[in-house]
Design a protein around this ligand. Structure first.
Ligand SMILES: Nc1nc2c(ncn2[C@@H]2O[C@H](COP(=O)(O)OP(=O)(O)OP(=O)(O)O)[C@@H](O)[C@H]2O)c(=O)[nH]1
Ligand SMILES: [Mg+2]
Length: 415
């Protein structure tokens, strides 16, 4: 894979965590061979997470995320700790960096969080130029089932060993990632893609999910025909055999469903992304909560990016409008953007999340886990839109587990 052009959201994210002054930023610099992060003997030097893209031998394109020390104090310090903890939720791999103090209570607390999130972790005893790690500390790290290494960010001792240990933590690139569409299309099969070109379409290009789907179809030796919604019916009519699959933009799903014969499987780019970027069955189950919304209920609409709202913004305008039309009641809809989800989701009847094109799958799974822990149903834009348009069962037909999860929950809702 050509790493240079790899988008951030498709790179493995590796977080550096530890106490202040453990040498996290020095390690980021040593690992990447660049001075991306500020280093000083003053504890609390790193305040906000610092991200650095890098091509790691044996692992491919990654993003290192340096964080503030988890033992930071005071009001500001606690805000920084919250940020570091939010990073912990979204990274694919972690380096738990121990400095001069070794593996003590703060490291044990971090280790517990990393284990709870099932994040593959390397415990790194830094500052090996000053002293080797204490044997009991190494034992404590090993007892967590974590890999262990020693290095010096200052002298560069064993930095290559650390890189090899990080690569060994992760399955080979792609092996732990679900497919976007490749499993639905055997070699030689044809998919028709329906891409509206409206005012919201970016000038001169397609959007990322569309590009990713086309790329994966090519990787699978399958074929694609790309049309706008207006041409779909005619395009299908011209084919000598029906396509294996029609994939449309969620916003034209009603028209695409009307123009696609019932026997041809139909789904949306968002449904494919929901499977790729999160867990389709859980999001489908969460969507059934829409049937339970009553007047005055609060709904949280969450996005991971914080873009400037458009006139007909999907999260602020369209979804609220469709929700009101579908439920026939007034709801209280709150929007949040960025990496912070409110800690307490209990005021909300449900959460409708964006497609998370800007973040990692792990981040979405962590959010799903947290919402489930709090007993608040969560779905995403793509699944919600298909439900609100009345075509969710249709677009889930090619995903039996998700279809069954939704149907079972929707039955409960209506009882
Ligand atoms: N001797 C020695 N000193 C190191 C090593 N790594 C970092 N240091 C020193 O430790 C101090 C803290 O390093 P940083 O990289 O800023 O530590 P940090 O964990 O990012 O600290 P915060 O940003 O404050 O959380 C600096 O004075 C570094 O030069 C090492 O391997 N050996
Ligand atoms: Mg730092």
């Amino acid at each position: 894979m050509n790493a240079i052009g790899t988008l951030k959201s498709l790179r493995r994210h590796i977080g550096l965590f530890g106490r202040r002054n453990a040498g996290k930023s020095s390690l980021l610099n040593a690992l990447t061979g660049q001075g991306a992060a500020i280093v000083s003997a003053e504890p609390g030097t790193t305040t906000d997470p610092v991200e650095k893209s890098y091509e790691l031998d044996g692992l491919g394109p990654v993003v290192f995320v340096d964080t503030a020390g988890i033992d930071d104090e005071g009001e500001l310090g606690h805000a920084r700790v919250r940020r570091s903890r939010a990073v912990l939720e979204r990274v694919d791999l972690a380096l738990l960096v121990c400095g001069g103090e070794g593996f003590g209570a703060p490291e044990a607390a971090l280790a517990a969080s990393l284990r709870a999130a099932a994040t593959p972790t390397l415990v790194l005893f830094n500052k090996s130029d000053l002293a080797p790690p204490v044997a009991a500390d190494v034992e404590r790290a090993r007892a967590c089932d974590f890999a262990v290494a020693c290095a010096s960010a200052l002298t560069g001792e064993n930095i290559d060993g650390v890189k090899r240990a990080i690569a060994a933590l992760a399955p080979p690139d792609g092996a732990d990632e679900p497919l976007l569409v490749g499993d639905l299309l055997p070699a030689g099969a044809l998919a028709v893609l329906v891409v509206p070109i409206d005012l919201g379409a970016p000038k001169g290009r397609l959007i990322l999910p569309q590009v990713q789907v086309i790329r994966e179809i090519l990787d699978s030796d399958a074929m694609s025909l790309v049309v706008k919604e207006r041409e779909l019916r005619e395009a299908l009519g011209r084919l000598s055999a029906p396509p294996r699959l029609v994939i449309c933009d969620s916003q034209v799903v009603l028209k695409a469903a009307a123009d696609t014969p019932d026997e041809v499987p139909l789904t949306t780019f968002s449904i494919l992304m929901a499977r790729f970027k999160a867990d389709l069955a859980r999001l489908a189950r969460g969507a059934a909560a829409i049937h339970r919304l009553r007047a005055g209920d609060r709904v949280l609409v969450a996005e991971t990016c914080s873009h400037c709202p458009l006139a007909d913004d999907i999260g602020r305008v369209k979804i609220p409008r469709w929700l009101r039309q579908f439920t026939g009641v007034q709801l209280q809809i709150d929007n949040v953007g960025g990496f912070d989800l409110p800690d307490d989701l209990s005021p909300y009847r449900m959460v409708i999340h964006c497609g998370s094109c800007m973040t990692t799958r792990r981040h979405m799974l962590a959010r799903l886990r947290e919402a489930e822990r709090q007993g608040v149903p969560m779905t995403n834009y793509g699944v919600a839109i298909s439900l609100l348009q009345g075509v969710l069962p249709r677009v889930l037909e090619c995903f039996p587990a998700a279809a069954a999860a939704y149907a079972a929950e929707a039955r409960k809702e209506s009882n």
